[in-house]
Design a protein around this ligand. Sequence first.
Ligand code: URA
Length: 239
Amino acid sequence: MEKRKSNQKKNQPNKQSKLGKLNEEMEQSKSCCHLAGVRTNIVPGEGSAEAKVMFIGEGPGQKEDELGRPFVGQAGQLLNELLAEIGLERRNVFIANVLKCRPPNNRDPLPEEVETCWPWLRKQIEIIDPVVIVPLGRHAMERFLPGMKISQIRGKVMRRNVPKLGVKVFMPTYHPAAVLYHREWLGALREDFRKIPRIIEHLESNLEESVEDGGNGVFEWDSLEIQPVKNRQEQGKLL
Ligand code: URA
C-alpha cells in the first residue's frame, strides 16, 4: 500500500504561512457575524500546521475569549491531560472550534452562527489537511455528521464526503466540558483518545483503502483495525 508521502519539510512554511494569513483575515473581520461585535478576542485556534489530528470544539468560553486561545479553562486542562496520556502535546495537534467568537453567557451556538463561521473552519481544515478530525461534543459533531447522536457514534471512525471540503475521516467523542459534569463518561473519552495514534498509523499506511468507497462510510474499531461496517442501514445514514 502506498504511504502518505512525508512532505513535512517542504510544506511547513507554506502551511504555516497560509494559516498565519488566515488568522490575520479572521482578526480583521469584525462583521462576519453579530458575535464578532461582542467578543473580547477572536479565538481562531492553535497548534501545528502539520498536525495529523485536529480537535474541534464548540466555541470559546469566558477564559478563551479573554486570552484569544482555545481550551484554556478546565475543559482545556482535561484535554491536555488526555493528550499527554497518548504521548501528544498541544503543539503537535491543532485545536479549533466551530465558532471563533464567544456566544454570550456561553449559550449553545445557533445553527446560523455555525454556518456563518464555517468558511473559517473549512479553510483551516483545508490547509492543515489532518489525517483524522475529532469533533468534541454534539455541536462539533452536528457540523460534520448531522442528525447523529454523540452517545451512539462516539469512538466510531467515520469517513464522510463533506460538501465543499471533500472526503475526511472523523472520530467524534464527548466534549471534555461535558465529561467534567458527567464523570462517568471519562472512561469512554479516554478510550476514544487512546485510539487516535492507531487510527493515524492505520490510515497513513492504508491510504488507498481510505478512499475506495467514494467517500462515505462508517467503520467499527476492532482492536488494531478499522473495518467497514457491513450493515448497509448504518452506512445509509451517512450517505
Ligand atoms: N469549550 C469549547 O468548546 N471550546 C473552547 O475553546 C473551550 C471550551
